[in-house]
Design a protein around this ligand. Structure first.
Ligand SMILES: [Zn+2]
Length: 137
């Protein structure tokens, strides 16, 4: 795989330096059959250093997970060797089964089949609350 030019795939840009391996795990990129390139500590005018992940296939990525981990990431969708679409992320309003409630008295700790759902309660501070017990995350 030529990491400079992919024909069709996804490039995650402006990842905070050092976070690419976390993303790799969260997005289950290890389970993909296609080539994945992680480029660490790229010089960036805006950020100083950044990480980039290139995926050599048109996979569907959970933008909510991505936005939760790092809303500053830019998602570039590549088609025919050119950027077809650039997506900017923000913190999602709702997270389902991405983070888990740690309150031992929460219903989710006694009902394992229940989805762990959090809603964004403070966008500035990035605070999420469990919809069942109101615990902060
Ligand atoms: Zn809870």
């Amino acid at each position: 795989m030529n990491i400079d030019s992919i024909k069709r795939g996804i490039v995650l840009d402006h990842i905070r330096a050092g976070r690419s391996m976390d993303l790799y795990r969260y997005l289950h990129l290890d389970e993909l059959e296609c080539s994945v390139a992680i480029i660490k500590n790229v010089k960036s005018n805006a950020m100083g250093r950044k990480d980039i992940i290139k995926v050599d296939d048109d996979i569907s990525i959970d933008l909510d997970v991505l936005g939760y981990i790092d809303p500053g990431i830019t998602v570039n969708i590549i088609e025919n060797g050119a950027v077809r679409e650039k997506k900017h992320l923000s913190l999602p309003e709702r997270l389902t089964n991405i983070i888990h409630c740690k309150n031992p008295r929460c219903i989710t700790s006694v009902e394992p089949a229940l989805d762990h759902v959090f809603v964004l309660s403070d966008r500035e501070k990035g605070v999420y609350r469990c919809i069942y017990c109101d615990s902060k995350h």
